[in-house]
Write a protein that binds this ligand. Structure first.
Ligand code: HEC
Ligand code: HEC
Length: 142
């Protein structure tokens, strides 16, 4: 009786382990074939952090750049390149990294070496950064 239980228990543990390994293999290190600027093997956490930073820097939500899924309208199709904003964002990423490399001597390999210019430097929480200066009215004459 006890032997039987034990065997069931081991079988259960074995199955669970296979399940866990299977799930982590499909969610964690699944390569993102449609990454053209970021490394294709970037881990989920790092990608997620960058995307959240985009949201805050531009004052938008994920759907500003990512198109709706064709099969489930409640979801976004993150791999799709249908929205122009996503492609603009790609060129913005390249521009930003070029500015840092060319004008700020930013060395990507350096630990703790933060880029001088990021999306928020220009965007400051807006999708369209300011380009015109509104001068304050001149002080009243005395
Ligand atoms: C300002 C535009 C922008 C916003 C906002 C944004 N993304 Fe992205 N996202 C991109 C770009 C551009 C890429 C592709 C980068 C590349 O080609 O290397 C991308 C790629 C991705 C991918 C990988 C897709 C694949 O399989 O190739 C995921 C997942 C993703 N974003 C999730 C999110 C989530 C979740 C949010 C909201 C928290 C978000 N994004 C907000 C621009 C954006
Ligand atoms: C040097 C300043 C600068 C930096 C840095 C910068 N941007 Fe921009 N970005 C702009 C300007 C200016 C515009 C507006 C162009 C226009 O209105 O036509 C813009 C427009 C955009 C747009 C298009 C908005 C729309 O509604 O069409 C997206 C998306 C975008 N930026 C994403 C990013 C992301 C993501 C980053 C960081 C990787 C970034 N930008 C970094 C200056 C910058």
């Amino acid at each position: 009786m006890f032997q039987l239980h034990k065997r069931k228990l081991y079988a259960g543990i074995g199955l669970l382990a296979i399940l866990i390994i299977g799930v982590s293999a499909t969610t964690q290190d699944k390569p993102k074939p449609n990454l053209k600027v970021l490394p294709k093997n970037i881990d989920h956490e790092a990608l997620s952090k960058i995307m959240k930073e985009f949201n805050v820097s531009l004052g938008v939500k994920c759907n500003f750049c990512h198109a709706q899924s064709k099969t489930d309208p409640k979801k976004l199709d993150f791999g799709s390149d249908e929205k122009d904003e996503k492609n603009i964002a790609r060129s913005m990423m390249k521009m930003t990294s070029k500015i840092n490399k060319k004008y700020f001597n930013f060395n990507k390999e350096g630990e703790g070496n933060a880029p001088a210019v990021t999306c928020i430097t220009c965007h400051n929480g807006k999708a369209h950064p300011e380009s015109k200066v509104t001068l304050p009215p001149p002080p009243p004459e005395r």
